[in-house]
Design a protein around this ligand. Structure first.
Ligand code: KG4
Ligand code: ZN
Length: 338
């Protein structure tokens, strides 16, 4: 089985050809970072126009690299939400057009389901597992019980984890995107010199809150102004350690709530690219006697392969969507059927 997957919900224009063994035959990921950098964040209008400009030739290149034609496909999958709606329209309409022209089934993929199932690509990871999804737009912990079957155990009550990294980077003058910049600065810092709070840590349940931490970073930056590299490194390291502490605490609670059948902890989303966080979550999983799975970095950040794969997982269960499927800016995972 061969799927073409399209991803355009944020600031990566991406497409991939994936088979039902989880092998990636070809893929392209075009980051719009340079286009958004002057604004210090993703501008929805700029993103949508850029997807429109690039998606068709990325698809053509991917098909050529994979050595296949549209007639060889078994299905076309496209992210149809949640995300920046202008970009989602571009991917959804392009996917539908290919499906219609080539007379292939169309799968409207929920972007979060793409992240949630990416760890099963080419692996034998069984359901159920615990998923920590931490990206620029999302921060939640889910029990993944099957394709389309997600039980949300907790989520952020304010900012997403990636947003907190991006804002911290901005406050420290580290540039955009924030996550990798904070991680790099933290390498040279002392996490113990500047105290920062750990909102929600120790509370029951597994919700997150990052706005108080962000305020504390702002106050620390003011206190140590003008910031030199030394202070930047120390604040970045303290921030990263606070996030790791909070995540480890929330995941410990989630393992209790998820039930004894859960034997694996999976991370996904751009924040899961952070090595310090991965290390802490590995330790947390080991202490709980379960296996930690972090997909390769290129599958953690937004990509077309995870969308193609989610399409395959759904199609294998006999699920497909009408070309009338309406893209949606909000689309909670718990509302999916599988
Ligand atoms: O999943 P993703 O590529 O796009 C969304 O769906 O949001 O996640 C992007 C987010 C950004 O906020 C970025 O700063 C963060 O992931 N990120 C990181 C790292 N790399 C990317 N956060 C912490 N450490 C990193 N190494
Ligand atoms: Zn994402």
């Amino acid at each position: 089985m061969l799927a073409l997957g399209l991803e355009t919900s944020c600031d990566e224009t991406a497409c991939a050809l994936v088979d039902d063994q989880g092998r990636i035959l070809a893929q392209m990921v075009l980051s719009q970072l340079d286009e958004h950098r002057p604004y210090g964040g993703v501008v929805p209008e700029v993103a949508a126009r850029s997807h429109l400009e690039h998606l068709d030739h990325l698809i053509a290149q991917t098909m050529e690299d994979g050595g296949v034609a549209f007639s060889d496909l078994d299905l076309v999958a496209a992210t149809c939400g949640p995300g920046l709606i202008g970009g989602v329209f571009v991917g959804a309409m392009t996917g539908k057009a290919i499906a219609l022209a080539a007379n292939k089934p169309f799968i409207a993929v929920n972007h979060l389901e793409g992240h949630a199932l990416s760890a099963r690509m080419g692996t034998s990871l069984p359901f159920p597992y615990l998923l920590l999804l931490a990206s620029g737009g999302h921060c939640q912990i889910l029990a993944v019980e099957g394709v389309g079957r997600y039980r949300k155990l907790g989520g952020t009550i304010d900012d997403a984890a990636g947003e907190a990294f991006d804002k911290t980077a901005k406050l420290l003058g580290l540039g955009y995107p924030g996550g990798p910049a904070v991680e790099k600065a933290a390498l040279k810092g002392d996490p113990g010199r500047i105290p920062l709070p750990r909102p929600m840590k120790g509370r029951p349940g597994c919700d997150f809150s990052f706005s108080g931490l962000k305020t504390a970073v702002r106050l620390a930056a003011l206190k140590h102004a003008p910031l030199n590299d030394h202070a930047r490194g120390d604040i970045a390291a303290a921030f990263q350690e606070a996030v790791a502490d909070i995540m480890a605490d929330r995941v410990r609670n989630a393992l209790g709530l998820g039930g004894p059948e859960i034997r694996h902890l999976v991370v996904a989303g751009g924040v899961a690219a952070n090595a310090a966080l991965r290390k802490r979550l590995l330790e947390t999983a080991q202490m709980a006697g379960i296996t930690f799975i972090a997909p390769p970095l290129n599958l953690c950040t937004d990509n077309g392969a995870m969308i193609a794969w989610a399409g395959i997982e759904r199609f294998r269960l006999g699920l497909s969507d009408s070309l009338a499927f309406a893209p949606r800016p909000r689309w909670p995972l718990e509302s999916l059927g599988g």
